[in-house]
Every structure is written in C-alpha cells, then in structure tokens.
Ligand binder design. Structure first.
Ligand code: GDP
Length: 476
C-alpha cells in the first residue's frame, strides 16, 4: 500500500518539495513523482506531529451508496427460469409461451434471441430466461449472480421424476428459489399426473391441494392447454415474494449472455436488478469500464432506458464481458476507470494466490475462525445404497460448531453440473466408486472445487470427521 508524495503533501497541507527534503533528511531518497510506503508515510507524519492513518481504499469506499426510500421501492416483474429433465419439454414450453403470449404486432412476428424475453399478461409482466436448465442457472450463481426469482419445474406426465428433475430441485433449493411445477405433456394418452405428484411429494415438493406449499399446473406445450393458468400461478407466487426495486437509482445489472458480434463488436444482454439503465450511462463490469452506446429490447427495438427486471442487449463494451458479472452504473468515467483499474490489479493478485473454495484440509481453521458454520457436501456413488449409507453417516458428524449438510446426492459419475453446484454453494464433492467425467474434471480445476474419491465408505467418513476435528494431515 503506497501513497503518492503529491497526494500525501495535499492531505498534510505541506508542499511536496518540502516533503521530499524531509524524506532526504530521514534517509529516504525519493523524487516528487514517486510514492512511498505506508510505514514511511507514518514516520514522516511523526516528524510534523501529524498522525498518518493507513486505510486501504476498496471499491466499496468509492462506489456511491444509495439509500432507497420506502416510497421509491416499486414492484418489479419476476424473472423465471425453466428447468427439468431432458426431453420433458422445457424448450417447447418456452417457445409456446413466446409464440402465444407476445403480441404479434409488437414482435412483428419475430423475436430476437437476446437470452430473455418479456411476457405481458393482464395481471402483470413476467420475464423468462431463454436458456433452460439448471446448468445455466448454477453457472450464473457460481459467478456470484442470482438472477432467477422463480423456477418452473417441468416434469413430463408420461415419464415422471427423472435424475435431472431431482437435480433441478436440489439446485433450486440450494439457491433458495421457489418452484412452481408444470406437469407437461398432459395431452398424451399415457399421461399420469397423479403419479408425478406423488413422486414429487416424496422429494418434498408437495401440492397445495395436499397441504403443501407448491403450486402445480397441468400443461401441454404442444396444444397450449394450461399455459395461461401456469403463468397466473407464477405471478401469484411472485406476489408472495413481494419483489421490489427502486427505478430511480442508477442501475445495477447482471450479464446473462455476451458475445462478439461480427458487425457490432462486443454485445451483451443484461438484466437490470435495481435502478434504471439509460443510454449514455457510464458503467464498470468485471475489470472493464464503458458507456451504454445503444440498447435494444427483446424484440430488437432501440430503447433509451430499462427498469428493474428488464432484459436489454447493450453495446458499448471494450471487450466481451462474462455471463454472471455485475454491471454497475457510476457517476463518471474517472471513477469507473479507477474501479476497473483496481479490479485489474486485484485480479492479478488473485491469480497469483488462487486457492480452492473449501478444502478438507482447511475446514478446521475456517470453523475455528467462525468463517464456516455449514459444511456443504455433494455425494455421488455407484449405487443408491452407498449414497444413503454415506449420507446418513456424514450428517451425523454435525457438531455445535459446524452443521454438515448434503445439498445434493445421486447415482452416477460426477458431472459438470455437480461441480457448478459445488462452486456456487461452496461445497466439496465426495465420490464413492465413481469418477468425474472429463467436463467435470475441467470444471473442477477451473472453479477450484475439491473432489474426493473413495472406494471404502469408512475412509470417506473418517476423512470428513478428521477434517472437522482438525486432525487431518495435509496430503503431500
Ligand atoms: P427439453 O429437452 O426439455 O427442452 O424438451 P423439448 O422441448 O425439446 O421436448 C422434447 C420432445 O417432447 C419434443 O419432441 C417435443 O415436441 C415433445 N413435447 C414437448 N412438450 C410436449 C407436450 O406437451 N405434448 C407432447 N405430446 N409432446 C411434447
């Protein structure tokens, strides 16, 4: 932490030449354009009887804070992600909603693909994320961004609960996002919605009619049956969440998609989380800063501003931002550049001492420091019996300092989706008689997620037990 001599001179109210002279007397050779370290600055201060306090300025100190007045908080539309097992009709449902619910004249028959679209109902507006599935959802979360307010879980009535149905439930639960169930393909002769309901009830997703808290709707993405009712249920669920934001403040957004366009350069779709994004706004996103040059809504029309929950495609980046990054509007370019520079510096530092998210070897010290109250674990095994055995034994390791939680479990190889969930929820992965596939391996390396593989259940339990008690000897 260094301070420029000119800056220090200004703060102390002493001429910079004078300071250089004094430093020379103290045996420090510096010219007027240089910086000195914090310790030297403090010694220098003592010479003048001025107390120099060292405080490192972070971007938090620089970004202006806005207090939202209660009367400025306005309801905002819910942002919805569709999840479910492959072939259960996620894409069909999104397409059907898009085709039937977006007024033809408005869209001119075509909607752009910008990664999200808006639906207007008499009861209110909804925003749909266009990339279905829990992978996209959890990728955003792994990067620190939670965009989705409500999950529509699609389950095919002729197929029932499948492995990815369960994954979608676990990913939604880990994120604390409520689920509305769409029992799809109800038009099929072999549809059995009652069976789906009882299967879901076993997983804790219980319909209201059975005394639970989840809304269910039977739909057909083919015929369109039940879709209006489904959307109404989602709006009802949203009402209970009391989603609010302040359209009057400068915008905070999340990047949901970004690409390099041949003609337009770097473009990205962002969703406004709070405030109103306006043409000409100066922003910082990741380690770059920029200015909103133009903005398009989901039907490709130019817009001048976008309020809370609204997706827009933007131009005005110097490089392609990453999905999941926050885009924050700042009062001026100077500040935006300063923050972008700080982030570049920080990124460099971080890359140098990159460590894993949670590691069995540092669990104990994290518990001791009060940094870790919950140890999240994902279990994958070759057979269900082993999953259950591991799960019940691991849960018993909870003690007053740390609660052991199994946030997801299943039979089969460790997948990329498991790794993303671990990254998003700061979990470790335990594999029993299974291995990570190639994609999972790569993701684990990228996301710094620890995977521990065992072929003896006792060993797995012993390792976690020792880790919690601080008795684990680091692997060499
Ligand atoms: P996704 O993998 O979950 O996105 O599933 P898709 O939307 O690709 O649908 C898988 C298959 O199921 C496709 O052949 C669809 O035409 C079909 N499908 C989807 N929804 C329905 C439905 O409500 N009824 C019937 N009969 N078929 C459907």
């Amino acid at each position: 932490e260094n301070v420029a001599i000119t800056e220090l001179a200004r703060l102390m109210g002493i001429k910079a030449n004078e300071i250089v002279k004094k430093l020379f007397e103290m045996g420090v050779m510096a010219n007027i354009n240089q910086s000195i370290d914090a310790e030297t600055a403090q010694l220098l201060g003592a010479e003048y009887d001025i107390e120099v306090v060292v405080k490192v300025v972070t971007e938090d100190d620089l970004i202006p804070k806005y207090e939202d007045k209660p009367e400025d908080l306005k309801p905002r539309p819910p942002i919805v992600t569709v999840m479910g097992h492959v072939d259960h009709g996620k894409t069909s449902l999104l397409d059907k909603i898009r085709r039937t619910k977006i007024a033809e004249k408005e869209a001119g028959g075509i909607t752009q693909h910008i990664g999200a679209y808006e639906v207007d109902l008499p009861q209110g507006k909804l925003v749909f994320l266009d990339t279905p599935g829990h992978e996209a959802f959890t990728t955003l979360r792994a990067r620190g961004a939670q965009v989705t307010d409500i999950v529509i879980l699609v389950v095919a009535a002729d197929d029932g609960v499948m492995p990815q149905t369960k994954e979608a439930i676990d990913h939604s639960k880990a994120a604390g996002v409520p689920i509305v169930v769409a029992i799809n393909k109800i038009d099929k002769p072999n549809a059995n919605p009652e069976h789906v309901k009882s299967q879901l009830a076993e997983l804790g997703i219980i319909p209201e009619e059975w005394g639970g808290s989840h809304q269910f709707q039977e739909v057909s993405a083919k015929t369109g049956q039940g879709i209006d009712e489904l959307l109404e249920r989602v709006l009802l669920e949203a009402e209970m969440l009391e989603l609010k934001a302040n359209p009057k403040r400068p915008a905070e957004c999340v990047v949901i998609e970004a690409k390099l366009d041949k003609h337009r350069g770097a473009v990205a779709t962002v969703i406004v989380q709070n405030g109103t994004l306006k043409k000409g706004d100066v922003f910082v996103v990741g380690a770059q800063y920029g200015k909103v040059r133009s903005m398009f809504n989901f039907i490709g029309r130019t817009v001048k501003e976008a309020g809370p929950s609204i997706p827009v495609e933007l131009m005005g980046f110097s490089e392609v931002p990453e999905a999941g990054e926050k885009l924050i509007v700042l009062p001026n370019e100077k500040l935006a550049k300063q923050i972008a520079d700080m982030r570049k510096e920080k990124k460099r530092e971080k890359e140098m001492l990159e460590k894993s998210k949670v590691s069995l070897t540092d669990i104990f010290s994290k518990i001791q420091e009060g940094e870790l109250q919950e140890l999240n674990i994902i279990i994958k095994a070759d057979v269900q019996g082993s999953v259950e055995a591991l799960k019940s034994s691991l849960l018993k390791l909870s003690n007053p300092e740390v609660k052991v939680q199994v946030i997801h479990d299943g039979v089969g190889a460790i997948s990329e989706s498991d790794v993303l969930l671990a990254a998003a929820s700061n979990a470790i992965i335990i594999g029993f008689n299974v291995r990570p596939d190639a994609k999972a391996k790569a993701a684990a390396e990228r996301e710094k997620v620890e995977i521990h593989l065992y072929s003896v259940i006792y060993d797995a339990i012993e390792d976690v037990k020792k880790a919690i008690e601080g008795m684990l000897t680091p692997e060499t």
